[in-house]
Write a protein that binds this ligand. Structure first.
Ligand code: FAD
Ligand code: NAP
Ligand code: SF4
Length: 681
């Protein structure tokens, strides 16, 4: 019997049936922006359709160039452009899938000088000031939406998703914050919603009845002067009357200062918003944000208040997510860990999206895993992300693989990462690889530290021995107050009431988060990383949505410890953190009262604490004592590569992951190196 009956139940829309309740949510990959990449895009979507996704939504396609996300982004305005989209729709239909095209007009969020908006008010996240739309502009943009929907239909799409949330143009018309107009497109709510309603009404008239129209409705803006719940409900009811087939949920504008999809957001943290809409409309409702396992999706759908679950990043991480759920093999799903490092962070840097745990994503035509032509015996040394990824790929291709790990468990530093508050999903990656090792019969040897004398029988040796912490040369570094980050996370040593953290890189920030959390709350109703109610209280989300935009004063708990986070560089700490997540870490620590000290040098550590010198521009240096109980060392890492050095001239030997380069290394690079090496040996 299948474990996910609600998830796998077909959804009858009258004129068509969606085979299950999984919507692959819209995600910009960068492939949409160039016609030469449409074959790659087609293969990317076809693999998800083969993986049995119920309904796919493309990344946003603009109706014209004023609506672009950035210069040269994808748009669909002319008949000749439908040819490239046909590649996509044909590939998906051949795989027995269904696909809608998202129509995205960025309004003031576009990153180029041609942008427009209802009131010409600049957004805080783009440098360009938008042109104030005249009534003629408004009319032109509505027609442009309708034209694009019709062209999407001609290109063979099963429907369109009209992007009305996340702070894009339609959303900019809806709220007082960005719509100060006094004409028929502004002032009262009826006028502010007119733009959205005209687009829907005229689109339905143009495409006929048997074509899916999804409207992505911003149910919770999370910005000041946003919509109230009564307004959202009023619009939803009107959209239903005007011919929308399905309403999808939008949570938070891009400029909102509340995390909505990062790892620190609890699982399914916003499904309550979609559930609140259930009594008000009878068309299907889709919920979204931080849903990444079939178990969680099943639990949400079994309330019978929600009809579909949107997952975007989880389908980047594993194209066959649904197929594995159908086969009751959820342990084999490569789970999205919500890191944003290879998907959103890439998109915001204008790079092609991919996935930290699945580097094949969006490279389906370029990185291909083929059966080995000559079966070899391979030894992989080190069971961290790099070694696990390589061992899995080699074994999948038919090689005989032995994976040696010195410690008692697989995962390497991911075991440490997973202990950081809000990062416990990193354990999913370890679980996934373990299931793959069973499937492809990798010989896993735990508690086995390998030296060069044990490796002569192997055809290929892959050294993935990782990193060890860098211990800086500071007077008193061996003092009993000093704790290295791994000793702290493993609870080999405990920190006192006050601490100074040396190093404000990724691990320094994680340690500050670890120390500033009240660990006694873990698993309780007040756990902000697990419980949506506690999370909403901490970040100031009004669960009644009575206030405009759903905002109330945030109630961040103060750190139970006094914490200093130090770096030698001047300037803002955490500059190198992820593009889309760094601000969350910086803000969370600030609200908890963690103090940053930049531009310091470390003089000595003694019974009194940490002695530093603070360097300030145009001021004399200032000596300071931080009278703390403990000093935690997070000063970067160094490669462990002695084994490789001893082998490289004797046998066919390869060095990957942190063992190869510990500088700016992260798991994205480690896993990609492991997979690509595994694919070519
Ligand atoms: P490691 O994970 O170091 O694994 C090496 C393995 O080799 C170890 O298990 C070790 O026991 C084994 N080994 C060593 N020598 C031998 C031997 N002779 N014989 C057998 N086995 C041996 N990265 C991110 O991208 N995003 C994050 O958010 C993130 N957060 C982090 C948080 C923390 C607290 C930490 C510590 C790290 C974090 N990282 C993060 C970094 C990430 O974990 C590493 O980049 C990644 O683990 C490197 O993988 P690796 O396989 O090269 O090495
Ligand atoms: P890191 O990001 O390189 O940071 C090292 C920190 O230590 C810096 O603040 C550096 O700042 C300081 N430092 C370096 N050498 C020092 C020395 N000799 N003495 C004193 N301070 C020194 O390394 P990390 O924090 O150890 O992280 C390791 C890897 O894991 C990184 O590649 C990171 O990407 C990854 N990671 C990522 C995340 C994430 O959220 N994406 C989280 C954790 C880890 P100054 O030189 O200015 O003092
Ligand atoms: Fe998920 Fe991270 Fe992959 Fe993005 S990069 S899809 S957040 S695992």
């Amino acid at each position: 019997m299948n474990k996910y009956p609600h998830l796998l139940k077909p959804l009858d829309l009258g004129f068509t049936t969606i085979k299950n309740r999984v919507l692959m949510g819209s995600m910009h990959t960068g492939l949409e922006d160039r016609s030469k990449n449409y074959q790659k895009l087609a293969t990317y979507f076809a693999q998800r359709a083969e993986g049995q996704v119920g309904l796919i939504v493309t990344g946003g396609i603009s109706p014209n160039i004023r609506a672009w996300t950035a210069p040269m982004a994808g748009f669909l305005k002319y008949k000749f452009q439908t040819k490239r989209h046909k590649l996509v729709t044909d590939a998906v239909h051949q795989a027995d899938g269904k696909i809608c095209m998202q129509i995205l007009h960025t309004g003031r969020y576009g990153y180029h000088p041609f942008i427009l908006s209802p009131s010409g008010i600049k957004s805080p996240i783009t440098p360009f000031k938008p042109k104030l739309m005249t009534a003629r502009d408004v009319e032109k943009q509505i027609k442009s939406f309708v034209n694009t929907a019709k062209l999407a239909q001609d290109a063979g799409y099963d429907g369109v998703e009209i992007m009305g949330s996340e702070g894009y143009l339609i959303n900019q018309f809806l709220v007082k914050k960005t719509n100060h107009r006094k004409d028929q497109w502004g002032s009262d709510y009826n006028n502010r919603t007119r733009f959205a309603k005209e687009i829907v009404e005229r689109t339905r008239a143009a495409v006929g009845t048997d074509f899916i129209i999804i409207f992505r409705l911003s149910m919770l803006d999370l910005v000041s002067q946003g919509s109230t719940w009564d307004e959202v409900v009023t619009l939803a009811k009107e959209l239903e009357q005007l011919g929308v087939t399905i309403i999808n949920t939008g949570i938070g504008w891009h400029e909102a200062r509340i995390p909505t999809i990062a790892t620190c957001v609890p699982p399914a943290a916003f499904s309550w918003v979609t559930e609140k809409m259930r009594p008000h409309v009878s068309i299907p409702l889709i919920t979204t944000n931080r849903i990444n396992t079939p178990e969680l999706a099943e639990q949400i759908l079994s309330s019978n208040k929600i009809d579909m679950v949107s997952m975007a990043r989880p389908l980047l991480a594993d194209a066959h997510f649904v197929k594995k759920a159908i086969a009751n093999k959820s342990d084999e799903i490569n789970t999205c860990i919500g890191c944003n490092q290879a998907c959103l962070d890439h998109v915001f840097k204008n790079k092609r999206a991919t996935c930290l745990v699945n580097p094949l994503a969006c490279y389906e035509t370029e990185y291909i895993i083929k059966p080995a032509t000559q079966v070899k015996s391979c030894a992989v040394i080190g069971g961290g992300p790099a070694g696990m990824a390589c061992a899995k790929t080699l074994a999948e291709r038919g090689h005989n693989v032995t994976l040696f790990e010195a410690s008692a468990q697989l995962g390497g530093q991911f075991n440490l990462a997973a202990n950081i508050p809000g990062k416990d999903e990193f354990f999913h990656t370890i679980r996934y690889f373990k299931a793959q090792f069973d499937k492809y019969q990798v010989n896993v040897q735990l508690n086995h530290t390998v030296d060069s004398s044990q490796l002569s029988a192997y055809d290929e040796i892959i050294v993935a021995t990782g990193v060890k912490p860098r211990v800086p040369n500071i007077e008193g570094i061996n003092h009993k107050k000093v704790i290295i980050y791994n000793e702290l996370i493993k609870k080999e040593k405990l920190a006192g009431k006050s601490v100074a953290i040396i190093g404000a890189g990724g691990i320094g920030f994680d340690i500050a988060e670890f120390l500033s959390e009240d660990h006694s709350l873990k698993g309780s109703k007040d756990d902000v990383y697990a419980n949506p109610k506690a999370f909403c209280k901490e970040w100031g989300i009004d669960m009644n949505i009575e206030s405009e935009g759903g905002l109330i004063p945030a109630q961040h708990a103060k750190s139970p410890k006094e914490i200093y986070l130090l770096q030698r560089k001047t300037g803002k700490a955490g500059k190198g953190l992820g593009k889309t997540t760094g601000w969350i870490h910086r803000m969370a620590l600030k609200k908890r009262g963690v103090k940053n000290i930049s531009g310091c040098s470390y003089n000595k550590i003694d019974d009194q604490g940490l002695h530093i010198t603070l360097k300030k521009k145009n001021e004399t240096d200032q000596n300071m004592l931080l009278a703390v109980d403990n000093i935690i060392i997070c000063a970067g890492q160094i490669s462990v590569n002695a084994l490789y050095e001893s082998l490289k001239d004797k046998q066919s030997c390869h060095l990957i992951g942190g063992a190869e380069y510990a500088g700016e290394l992260d798991a994205k690079r480690a896993i990609k190196q492991g997979v690509l090496l595994g694919a070519k040996l």
